[in-house]
Design a protein around this ligand. Sequence first.
Ligand SMILES: *Cc1c(COP(=O)(O)O)cnc(C)c1O
Length: 242
Amino acid sequence: MPHLADQLASVRAAIADAAARAGRAPEEVRLVAVSKTQPPEAVQEVLDAGQTVFGESRVQEARAKIPILPSRARWHFIGHLQKNKIRQALALGFELFHGVDSLDLAKDIERIAGEFDAQPRILLEVNVAGESTKFGFSPAKLRTEMEELLGLGCLQIEGLMAMAPFAEEAESSRPYFAALRKLRDGLQEEFRVPLPELSMGMSGDYPVAIEEGATWVRVGGALFGNRGSKGWRPEENSATLE
Ligand SMILES: *Cc1c(COP(=O)(O)O)cnc(C)c1O
């Protein structure tokens, strides 16, 4: 099994290559190491290799993992946040919420953040391909609801996030990434707000996403590999946590 440090180095090299192809500085593109289903030991190994930002998609799993890892690890929430988990998620100190996918959810985060006196940083998730299986604003809905979203004073809206439809070929994702960037450009112009961040690109297509303007790429499998088909489950590891 290759060392995680080597895999991290090759993902970082691929990020730098893609940035160079697009004439962008490599530091404009930041990596979220998607650690969902990975055991804490694997996260520790990647942290020791110099990666600090990790992404989790389930609050329950994050609650089990975050407290047992060193505090220099920083955490992003990348999944669909259920309303009844907002309080826990804010308490865990996630630095960026990538998947804020409806006005209702944004309003609920706003209300609870108000109680915490928190100003969560968020990205608005767009369902770029109109897939019924995916969460997210349709582009049209986002344009109509943007004014109201911007009025939610606790939320720091930093940009947009999307997932391209599953495909074998990375190139298939390109039009969706380009569409997300154009939507962002249009919103910036129409609403006169900076939306600098574009979270797009996963293991199968992150170089293409970088060529199309990604500032955050969310990479799991290409970094951690497929370590055990079942994945790490907090409910089976609670003994190590108490
Ligand atoms: C799991 C996940 C990823 C990482 O996917 P890989 O294909 O393993 O790189 C990225 N973004 C989100 C929202 C995810 O749920």
